[in-house]
Design a protein around this ligand. Sequence first.
Ligand code: HEM
Length: 288
Amino acid sequence: MLIKVVREKRKEMESGLVGDERMLFTRFVSGMIRGEISEEEVIDNVVLLVFAAHDTTSFAIAMTFKMLAEHPDCHSLLLQEHDDIMSRRRPGENLTLEDTKKMKYTWQVARESMRLFPPIFGSFRKAIADIEYEGFTIPKGWKILWTTYGTHYNEEYFKDPLTFNPRRFEEPIPPYAYLPFGGGPRICAGNQLAKLNILIFIHYVVTRYNWSLLCPDEQITMDPSPIPFPWNAHQSFSQVILEDNNLRDLSRIIPSKLGFTFYICCPIQYSIFHSIMRLILCWISHLQ
Ligand code: HEM
């Protein structure tokens, strides 16, 4: 399906239909026309972006809600923060960027959830020179896998690492110890967008709905991202029961093929996004 889309776009652009260069897809295809990247690379990047952007964020949101449900004291503090923001807003006024900057505790809660349940467990680096580390040599050219667990669960960096304690982020964290978004020049390109998505999402759920976990005792395992354990036991991972306080947005909770992550979105966004995800998943399984 993507091959078809890429080829059609190329045909359009080659026949003079100028694409919007602000759009990433247009830029990819322009690069392909100029011979800078291959068709395969364009497709790889599109697929990567969809998974990198969508699944990670929904895992983070799902685990944040599970943590909030399991720590009612944190939930109350968080709610207080959002009530304060709401109280300063005029009726009908939209959430602003300034409002999101006030969500300090909420971000601590989300960060702590990502510390315990990192959506991406690690990533690869290639040694571009021989590296000496604690008496070992990593030869040039070797691939290295860094993992979040190496530091996230390490007492040296996070006191009492198995405890859920959002306030630990009030103190500075040593560099490269907290890595849900990776680090260095290849740090997650979407980390600020992810932060906004998470904060805005939490804001609307906690201020508009009374919610609770459908299956409070559910265990989570990492495979390698957080999923229910045993994973086919029931389809309730982070599904929540919402009681609609203010029916402005249509809300839905949909089990996805990739770990029953949850969504609250307008039906159009939902159906477009899920159609794309399903097509990509079919396409990938077809390739395998
Ligand atoms: C909670 C949400 C997210 C998490 C936990 C996350 C995590 C990560 C991690 C661990 C990496 C690898 C970084 C490294 O190797 O050092 C990465 C890379 C990347 N992420 Fe994210 N990500 C999230 C959301 C997003 C979003 C929303 C987008 C785009 C809209 C995005 C786009 C990317 C891209 C393009 C890269 C590759 C960057 C590069 O290699 O230069 N991510 N992400």
